[in-house]
Design a protein around this ligand. Structure first.
Ligand SMILES: N=NNCCOCCOc1ccc(-c2cn(C[C@@H]3NC[C@@H](O)[C@H]3O)nn2)cc1
Length: 450
């Protein structure tokens, strides 16, 4: 039997995020976010693209839900834009913002699709950034106010919440590497922000427990996978640092109540950078959660390289095939990552909250023949299946992304969607991968020989 089979109760879904799909940035009472500001600054985003119109999902959400219904998914992961709920970050609630998300959630529920809502997918209100943003602890308080407001408003409708999406991106990629908003390049600032994001996560977990005991909550750390080039101790230690930065730095505090000490020492000795932990912080951060979302795209083989970057690591190009965004295709890394997480953190329920590939195929004769995306999905869903059958407690898989959208600093050129979007007309065209995924969901798996 050459079949990849999943349990009948395995959850299949698709994912998006507010700034990447909504558009309508000046409608419905929405305030500015740091991504509005960052994308308007020349040079930050390819082709000068911004999320001003995106996929126009603010107005076309019913069409999006129809696509989800036809796809046959039981879960849709989306994010709320904090600046739609609190245009100034705190203070008065924007009822129009709440109303929009109630319309979306009601449409999902009417179509028997479970909403999985991300509170923070990087669109911090600019008004808060102007007062220090995630560098200051007041923003943690503001996030908790935002979280409590939507927990109350959607109680009984939304039963799966994700606090923070990819805190590594929202801290280090955005404030040390300068690639994402707000585009800072300061390791101490980034390390402080990473801590405050984790603290905000923990505060929101505690708030949900007070407001809605029937809902579940988790977070979605991004996780790449680096593998040592050789069995030399220096290669193994280099890779331990690289994986630690992406994985343990954001998972140990939540699941073990402490930062990985070898990296804390590395930051102190190499960069004179420290984590601004205050009494009680780690107890808050390690508040028990119901699931963890894992976002996986790519992995690599790496080795020690004295003086190379923060951790003296060189990623080797093994001529693996790459997707159109240049990321190596490494499905084995997905299996190894999932096993690693399960071995290190136990049987916490895992949802794959993002996995997908960038291929920029266009529409030809009404079709998008994205065979490479189908191949990527086959090998990566197979890796999820391997991990599941190796005892990893995986509850579901949500493809990134339902549709092509604003891919941050890459703008609209880089397409991750199962559905093609014409960003001038907003016309949606289901790709071949959409139909393959639909059929796979129906069969709860696929035949490896297909
Ligand atoms: N490590 N050092 N890098 C040095 C130089 O970095 C160059 C660029 O780096 C990165 C790293 C990671 C990403 C990234 C993108 N997505 C995809 C989104 N996930 C959430 C959802 O919104 C998707 O759109 N996930 N991760 C981008 C750029």
């Amino acid at each position: 039997m050459n079949k990849i089979q999943f349990p009948q109760d395995f959850i299949w879904g698709a994912a998006t995020a507010s700034y990447q799909i909504e558009g309508a940035v000046n409608e419905g009472g929405r305030g500015a976010s740091i991504w509005d500001t960052f994308s308007q600054q020349p040079g930050n985003v390819k082709n000068g693209d911004t999320g001003a119109t995106a996929c126009n999902s603010y107005h076309l959400y019913k069409e999006d839900v129809s696509l989800l219904k036809e796809l046959g998914v039981s879960s849709y992961r989306f994010s709320m834009a904090w600046p739609r709920i609190f245009p100034e970050g705190t203070g008065s609630v924007n009822q129009e913002g709440l109303d929009y998300y109630h319309r979306l959630v009601d449409e999902l529920l009417e179509n028997n699709i479970e909403p999985m809502c991300t509170l923070y997918h990087w669109d911090l209100p600019q008004a808060l950034q102007d007062q220090g943003g995630w560098e200051v602890r007041e923003t943690v308080d503001a996030f908790n106010e935002y979280a409590k407001t939507v927990f109350e408003s959607f109680k009984g409708k939304i039963t799966k919440w994700i606090t923070i999406n990819e805190p590594w991106c929202a801290s280090f990629l955005s404030n040390y590497l300068g690639v994402h908003a707000p585009g800072k390049k300061d390791l101490q600032i980034a390390t402080t922000i990473a801590h405050h994001l984790l603290l905000a996560h923990g505060r929101a977990v505690q708030s949900l427990r007070q407001i809605d005991g029937d809902a579940e909550i988790g977070y979605a750390p991004n996780a790449g996978w680096s593998e040592a080039y050789s069995s030399s101790e220096e290669d193994k230690q280099a890779v331990r640092r690289a994986n630690g930065w992406h994985i343990e730095w954001f998972m140990d505090p939540v699941f073990k109540g402490e930062y990985p000490d070898f990296l804390v020492q590395w930051f102190k000795e190499q960069e004179n950078v420290t984590v601004p932990i205050q009494d009680g912080d780690l107890e808050i951060i390690s508040s028990p959660i119901d699931f963890v979302g894992i976002n996986y795209y790519t992995g690599n083989i790496a080795r020690y390289d004295e003086g190379n970057g923060l951790f003296h690591v060189e990623n080797l190009n093994f001529n693996y095939d790459h997707t159109d965004i240049g990321w190596p295709i490494y499905p084995e890394g997905f299996y190894k990552l999932l096993k690693y997480i399960s071995d290190r953190y136990g049987s916490v329920p895992i949802y794959i909250t993002e996995n997908g590939a960038c291929y920029n195929d266009g529409v030809e004769n009404g079709r998008v023949n994205d065979v490479k995306r189908i191949s990527y999905m086959k090998t990566h869903i197979a890796s999820v299946n391997r991990a599941l059958h190796s005892g990893v407690n995986i509850k579901g898989y949500l493809a990134w992304s339902l549709m092509d959208n604003f891919e941050w600093a890459e703008g609209y050129d880089m397409r991750f969607g199962l559905v093609h979007v014409d960003f001038d007309t907003f016309e949606r065209t289901e790709k071949d991968s959409y139909y393959w995924y639909r059929d796979t969901i129906k069969k709860a798996g696929y035949d490896l020989s297909e």
